[in-house]
Design a protein around this ligand. Structure first.
Ligand SMILES: CC(C)(COP(=O)(O)OP(=O)(O)OC[C@H]1O[C@@H](n2cnc3c(N)ncnc32)[C@H](O)[C@@H]1OP(=O)(O)O)[C@@H](O)C(=O)NCCC(=O)NCCS
Length: 243
């Protein structure tokens, strides 16, 4: 498994690695949650080009983080809604919640469910799942079991939630297409909110593609509120002569 690594460029720290294991597409993410300097982005692009990458995608960036990337030639690849839940009124644990702790041996089936639920661009490989679970100091990995016909060998859905300080992050949520519309997604989100609040979080954040009406409805129904400014995944080609 090729994990991402952090590189230090002066006062800036960027996490880089292959996008979903693709050796031609790189992934770049500011580590400290603030915009890097334009110069650091430029140096990073040169380094990625030297490593043989042909394209680079960013993590989901807030408006304030996007500027140096846009100035360096990145464009918007996908716009995302950003939502927050203030945890003041958390729904009761769902009667349909039969989720349990996810284990290492669940990972292949969880990734198979993920591949069925998401478009190829968003699909997780092992690195994506590992990065989501380790993106925050503490995280929760829940698996929903299901009937054979609506699952991959018994796994019908999963969620990864993280917490850093007093903020929780619903990092990933997926339900097997044949198990959807039965309340599994809701149960997993409610579990995530309740866990974050128990662990001292004051808010939970989540993002979703602007085209994902189903997820947006689910989050809003459970009390998430859409922020006025969303996020964006940016993309840059590395085979241009000026890079
Ligand atoms: C988004 C997603 C996780 C929702 O999972 P889900 O298990 O279908 O969610 P729920 O069943 O709790 O709710 C979905 C709908 O089913 C309805 N529903 C729930 N139980 C139901 C039941 N027993 N009978 C009929 N409808 C039901 C809900 O009211 C909701 O309706 P709405 O979309 O009209 O608001 C799922 O569609 C998915 O995996 N999508 C692809 C991956 C994805 O987008 N992940 C989130 C990215 S941020």
């Amino acid at each position: 498994m090729t994990r991402s690594s952090a590189i230090d460029l002066g006062s800036d720290r960027l996490r880089i690695g292959p996008w979903r294991g693709d050796p031609s597409i790189a992934y770049i993410s500011p580590v400290l949650g603030r915009a890097p300097r334009r110069e650091a982005v430029d140096r990073c692009l040169v380094a990625l080009r030297e490593k043989g990458y042909r394209q680079v995608l960013t993590s989901a960036l807030a408006a304030g983080e996007q500027e140096p990337f846009l100035a360096a030639g990145f464009e918007v690849h996908e716009a995302l809604h950003l939502l927050h839940h203030d945890l003041a009124a958390v729904p009761r644990r769902s009667a349909r919640d039969e989720s349990r702790r996810g284990r290492r041996r669940d990972e292949p089936r969880v990734l198979a469910v993920d591949a069925l639920a998401f478009d190829p661009f968003w699909r997780f490989d092992r690195t994506g799942l590992a990065d989501a679970r380790s993106a925050t100091p503490v995280s929760r990995f829940r698996v929903a079991d299901g009937d054979r016909e609506q699952s991959v060998d018994g796994v019908s859905g999963y969620a990864v939630t993280g917490r850093a300080g007093t903020v929780g992050y619903l990092q990933r949520l997926a339900v097997h297409p044949r198990a959807q519309r039965r309340g599994i997604g809701e149960a997993l989100v409610v579990d995530s909110l309740r866990w974050a609040r128990r662990r001292g979080a004051h808010a939970v954040m989540v993002n979703t593609q602007v085209t994902n009406d189903r997820a947006l409805r689910l989050y809003q129904r459970l009390g998430f509120v859409r922020e006025t400014q969303g996020l964006a995944v940016l993309v840059c080609a590395l085979d241009r002569s000026w890079v």
